[in-house]
Design a protein around this ligand. Sequence first.
Ligand SMILES: Cc1cc2nc3c(=O)[nH]c(=O)nc-3n(C[C@H](O)[C@H](O)[C@H](O)COP(=O)(O)OP(=O)(O)OC[C@H]3O[C@@H](n4cnc5c(N)ncnc54)[C@H](O)[C@@H]3O)c2cc1C
Length: 477
Amino acid sequence: MTDSSREPTWVGQLEKELSSSTAKILKPGTEGYDESLKRFNGAIEKRAPAVVMVKSDEDIATTVKFAVSNEVLLVVKGGGHTISGGSSTDEGIVVDLSQMRGVQINKETREIVAQGGCLWEDVDVAAAAEGLVTVGGTVNHTGIGGLTLGGGYGYLSGLYGLTIDNLLRVKIVLADGSCLVASETENPDLFWAVRGAGRGFGVVTEFVFRAHPAPASVWAGMLGFTMDKLHALIAAFNEVAGREDPRACLSFGFATPPGSNVVMPLALPVYFGTEEESKAFFAPFFALEPTMNSTAVLPSYTAVNSLLNPMAKHGGRKNGGGSNFTLPLNADKVSDIFQDFNRFVLANQGSIEAVFIFEAWPNNKIREVSNEAMAFSNRGAYHNVATSMKWEDPALDDEFREFNRNFLKKIGREMGIDGAASGQKGEGSGIYANSATAEYTPQEIYGRNSTKLKVLKKKYDPGNIFSPAKMVSLTHM
Ligand SMILES: Cc1cc2nc3c(=O)[nH]c(=O)nc-3n(C[C@H](O)[C@H](O)[C@H](O)COP(=O)(O)OP(=O)(O)OC[C@H]3O[C@@H](n4cnc5c(N)ncnc54)[C@H](O)[C@@H]3O)c2cc1C
């Protein structure tokens, strides 16, 4: 039974509008509605008056035109992994892309054609069947939509750059309901904007990625250490990360494993090579006698992107974000920041799963492209830091968010480019759009590109339908 007493009048009109389409509308009380509201971050789940399960570009165009002409707020849901709520609403329409997850592989042209609602697992598995890969997310249940439109870092970034560096073209439904192709040659200004600020410009119904031959061997796993090794670990990290080998990805940080409140130093080494090569490359870590070691040769690239899935489960209240650091890391500063993190975790015993990691992924390939080539503006001589926290009690929301905000600011200031004198900051903004919380301005995220973005936004989405004013005006996480 539907709850029509509190249903806004526009819902009935939308149903009429879509009655001869392939879309299905889910409303409170209808089967599948509650399931459709689920997000990776349970804290941002909202009860939308209408969730439109679209199946075609036409369904999307009709829904977008309806939202514009009836002034109804509209959000788009891809994989549902945004932390800050950009794919949920309690007053408008959700365009849910989860029925659009088809993938086609063109082996001759080495192209992966993926519908806008795919998860990375869909792409990884379909490409692997043809012996191909592309730069995708490291947790394979994230959506290709949000991840690609903000930039996209993956374990293959050292070899092939960002996800957007491998994006050949998109099909996109704009605010006026038209569906365009955007590429280097067709609507190139829109393609420029899509690569980094895409979610502020339309609904991407199809992504076409460049594919590469699957690596012959993938080695990866988790190494755990005791805290007394911290200074030696930082020395090992600086040595290994400083090599900038494009086949290696090294993440190092601190985490409370599920069900525990003991913070452990952890390393996640990934190497596209044999076991022998990998172990030799990461030898400085093995010399420190890890107390936990799950490294092994994996069956495929697809497997490495599911390695972190057990630590990234849906549900609970979550927060996360990003900052930056420069190499080499200073062990005393890492120790100090660890104390902040540990104090917070201990003060919230039993209610928290927390991670913060320094992602020393080689970025020479990423930096071959200039910050002006696309809207994305986070290419520079620094690396990303990421945090993730999970708790259950809604009363703790503000406390967690404030801690995370201040913690990340401190890292950027003391270990990254944020504290550097302006002349030494180099090119990138230091902020990855997909990690930026709502308080960041477009200028902070996109630097000089924000001026051009504003002009393009006026051209393609003058009514700002794709990023309501209450969120960051050009983009949101
Ligand atoms: C567990 C986890 C692991 C992550 N790992 C990585 C990683 O390895 N590399 C990396 O770069 N980032 C990573 N991220 C960050 C990730 O890129 C963002 O959270 C991203 O927003 C997720 O996209 P989504 O489609 O799943 O989310 P959604 O919440 O569905 O969407 C996010 C935003 O994109 C918009 N959007 C989604 N699809 C479309 C579309 N087709 N057309 C137009 N707009 C669309 C939505 O409206 C929303 O504003 C990770 C995040 C999490 C939570």
